[in-house]
Design a protein around this ligand. Structure first.
Ligand SMILES: [Zn+2]
Length: 168
């Protein structure tokens, strides 16, 4: 398992999601992220925001509390989207090992905020944002898939861009 600090690692941008200060992931997963980035046009870069977060740590405990609050708020805002709660709020493997990562996109040095309000971003806004960057988002997702990543099936979680790297 590797530990990466904020900054740039062989050209891959690293920005741990608050309150993390570092990202842990498997070495082969990092290699595949680098491969995926190499397939992208200049100006478009991947930004790694989340990797392995052991559940028995302060960070894991913090995420659990935030998740509990998040579920309550989400239920109130989107009573008709109950069936998505599990997909959006489960740890999605981040608590298991370093084969689950969240990736953002940076275009010409500026981060693309596809979910300006995080998972609470209304679906209509999500569609509008994705439409604006559709081609770039599709291209980044395709290169991740070409390098062996599986993308999340939930549309909101997929914008996060949550990827799983299955063992082979
Ligand atoms: Zn994730």
């Amino acid at each position: 398992m590797l530990t990466l600090q904020r900054g740039s690692h062989h050209g891959l941008l690293i920005a741990p999601r608050w309150p993390s200060t570092r990202i842990q992931l498997e070495e082969e997963v990092l290699q595949c992220l680098l491969d995926a980035q190499a397939l992208l046009p200049t100006g478009l870069r991947l930004l790694l925001t989340r990797g392995f977060e052991p559940s028995r740590s302060r960070l894991g405990g913090f995420r659990r509390v935030v998740r509990r609050i998040g579920i309550a708020v989400f239920r109130t805002c989107y009573p008709q989207r109950r069936d998505e709660i599990d997909a959006i709020f489960s740890a999605n493997g981040h608590d298991i090992d370093g084969r689950h990562v969240d990736v953002s996109l940076v275009l010409h040095g500026k981060r693309l905020r596809l979910l300006p309000l995080g998972v609470f971003t209304p679906p209509r806004w999500q569609h509008r944002r994705v439409a604006r960057y559709a081609e770039l988002v599709a291209r980044a997702k395709r290169s991740l898939q070409d390098c062996g990543f599986e993308l999340h099936h939930n549309p909101t979680e997929a914008l996060q861009i949550h990827c799983d790297y299955p063992p082979r």
